[in-house]
Write a protein that binds this ligand. Structure first.
Ligand code: NAD
Length: 468
């Protein structure tokens, strides 16, 4: 028997009782989620430190506070988001009520990766709960300390009749995917994203896929190298480079590279000291397998900064590579570690060509003192998100959807976008039961006069309410 049979059945039955639909219930679950974060902050920070040697600062900024902010935003706006949205009407429906109802999909599955193991499970959970769904959470088995905290502690806060955390790796996830869900929200690699989508297709389940890829970072000759280096280094080495939206590689001229390398060295030394290994602010690689893969990438091109590694500690120094060929692994696969290759281009046109020859990235960055240059990169490329003159700051705005395009994913979330992602937008028209005489112009026997009247009555564009 499938090990998740009972869980899935229990949650589905709860959904059918309508328990999760009232705003009060949703708000209570969101408040409970907030209490989970507050009561267990230390435990969660310790788990993140054990998994990734994540500093308290990075845990606070990128895992705990950001999730709490999402909860607060949902609580503040829940009533407004849930409200039926009235839509324009035509003459034929003028006396009726036409609106979009945001209704929960039903039973939702959220599958998360290990790199921000709290953020990437709680942020979608906020949207799913706010939208009134029952939820199965599948945290990553690789960030095992955070997984343990989620499995053991989170269920004490949420209503267990409509919510569950399940444990497991690829095999268990595939067993889970044999069940029919009403929505699947997946964050992880593009390879696994394909497996998820194929499993969802068997049940015609809609999906959001938040995937990865290589995020280009174009640096124009016209900019201040030190300012750019500070920003790029922080965003590249944040969470030890294990960030889906981190700048994956730099595109710049050889002239800019000459100024940028010492500026990056200066930024790295200021951030992490002469010996980054002893810095409390630099984390470690999640697992031995990921460490081995990253160490292999250090042999690409030529090491300009860093390059040291220690297997016993899964330490990889903040590294910059130059003289890298496009065909080398470091330019073929998503790096997902503290390694930053620089590729040389002679012009903006060449950079844009380079970017457009590859899969559409999750994020794209352009640095220049000229607005024109930044706007050109924006206009001539495509990516999930874009930030001019900084790293992934666009993510801090819940007013922007977060998600990929093409190979970097489909769908988006954060703030109201999360609520909308986890809601079916139901098209509703409530008609009057009378008026049969007027409505009968649509019935046979058809006549040229009635077709004209009907087309006029159904036109939403040209109709003005002053007629009635
Ligand atoms: P992953 O795809 O290996 O794993 C993600 C989840 O899928 C985990 O819960 C895992 O247990 C499950 N899984 C793994 N293999 C599976 C299989 N064969 N069948 C079914 N389920 C399986 O990803 P990861 O290594 O945990 O995370 C790193 C990747 O995630 C990177 O590519 C990164 O860019 C991407 N990512 C994307 C975002 C985003 O928001 N777009 C955020 C973080 C990470």
């Amino acid at each position: 028997m499938n090990p998740f049979e009972d869980t899935v059945q229990r949650l589905r039955e709860t959904f059918h009782t309508g328990r999760t639909r009232p705003a009060e219930f949703r708000a209570a679950q969101l408040r409970a989620l907030g209490r989970f974060l507050q009561d267990n902050k230390q435990l969660l920070q310790e788990a993140l430190a054990q998994d990734l040697k994540k500093s308290a600062f990075e845990s606070e900024v990128s895992e705990i506070s950001i999730s709490q902010g999402e909860i607060n935003l949902a609580l503040k706006n829940l009533q407004a988001w849930m409200k039926d949205e009235e839509v324009p009407k035509n003459l034929a429906t003028q006396l009726d009520s036409a609106f979009i109802r945001k209704e929960p999909f039903g039973l939702v599955l959220i599958i998360a990766p290990w790199n921000y193991p709290l953020n990437l499970i709680l942020m979608p959970l906020v949207g799913a709960l706010a939208a009134g769904n029952c939820v199965v959470l599948k945290p990553s088995e690789i960030s095992k300390n955070t997984e343990k905290a989620l499995v053991e502690v989170l269920p004490r806060y949420l209503d267990q009749s409509c919510f569950a955390v399940v444990q497991g790796g690829p095999e268990e996830t595939q067993q889970l995917l044999e069940h029919k869900f009403d929505y699947i929200f997946f964050t992880g690699s593009s390879q696994v994203g394909k497996i998820i989508m194929a499993a969802a297709a068997k049940h015609l389940t809609p999906v959001t896929l938040e995937l990865g890829g290589k995020n280009p970072c174009y640096i124009d000759d016209n900019c201040d190298p030190q300012t750019v280096a500070n920003r790029v280094a922080w965003f590249r080495y944040f969470n030890t480079g294990q960030t889906c939206v981190a700048p994956d590689y730099i595109l710049c001229s050889p002239m800019m590279q000459e100024k940028l390398v010492p500026a990056l060295q200066s930024a790295i030394t200021r951030f992490y000291g002469e010996d980054p290994r002893s810095s409390p602010d630099l984390g470690r690689i999640i697992s031995d397998k990921h460490f081995q893969r990253l160490r292999g990438l250090l042999s690409c091109g030529r090491v300009a900064i860093g390059g040291q590694s220690d297997e016993s500690d899964r330490y990889i120094a903040p590294t910059v590579l130059v003289d890298v060929a496009e065909t080398e692994p470091v330019m073929q696969e998503e790096i997902f570690g503290p390694i930053l290759p620089i590729m040389n281009v002679r012009s903006l046109d060449e950079a844009v060509d380079f970017i457009n020859r590859r899969e559409k990235p999750l994020a794209l960055y352009a640095f220049s003192l000229s607005d024109q240059v930044v706007k050109q990169v924006l206009a001539r490329t495509s990516s999930g998100g874009f930030c001019g003159n900084d790293g992934f700051m666009h993510l801090t705005l819940s007013s922007l959807p977060f998600g990929g395009v093409g190979a970097s994913g489909m769908g988006g979330y954060h703030g109201k976008f999360s609520f909308d992602t986890f809601s079916h937008h139901r098209a509703c028209l409530l008609r009057s039961a009378g008026m049969e005489k007027v409505y009968s112009i649509r019935y046979p026997p058809y006549s040229p006069r009635n077709v004209k009247l009907l087309l006029t009555a159904m036109d939403t564009q040209g109709f003005s309410c002053t007629l009635l």
